[in-house]
Design a protein around this ligand. Sequence first.
Ligand code: CU
Length: 128
Amino acid sequence: MKTFVPSSRFVVAAAVAVLVAAAFAVQAAEQGPTAPSVISVFKVEGMTCGGCEASVKITVKRLDGVQAVEASHAEKRATVTYDADKVTPQAIVEAIAKLGYTAELVETKSATAEPEATGLLATLRACC
Ligand SMILES: [Cu+2]
């Protein structure tokens, strides 16, 4: 009578499967609706047209943890919805500064409503 002895390859595969499942569980938990989102409003100097707004939106949106970005050159303002555990207002200010604009944090409040989808119609071009 043979006893089932798992091969080392089987053990490794099983271990990998468990780790992958655990990673997915952690990811699902992190993306849950309980993630703490906040909205920060920044005063942004230097934007002169819609292209500038698009540059700010696209750049800030790329930061890990940023969920939505609104920018207005007329109001000299950018409004960013983000996960406060992943990104800071200072990081957002620095990202905008690298584009050549001056950003300053005005206020931070907790996000109450779902952020609108943004940036879908933004034109991809370097500007001003
Ligand atoms: Cu512009």
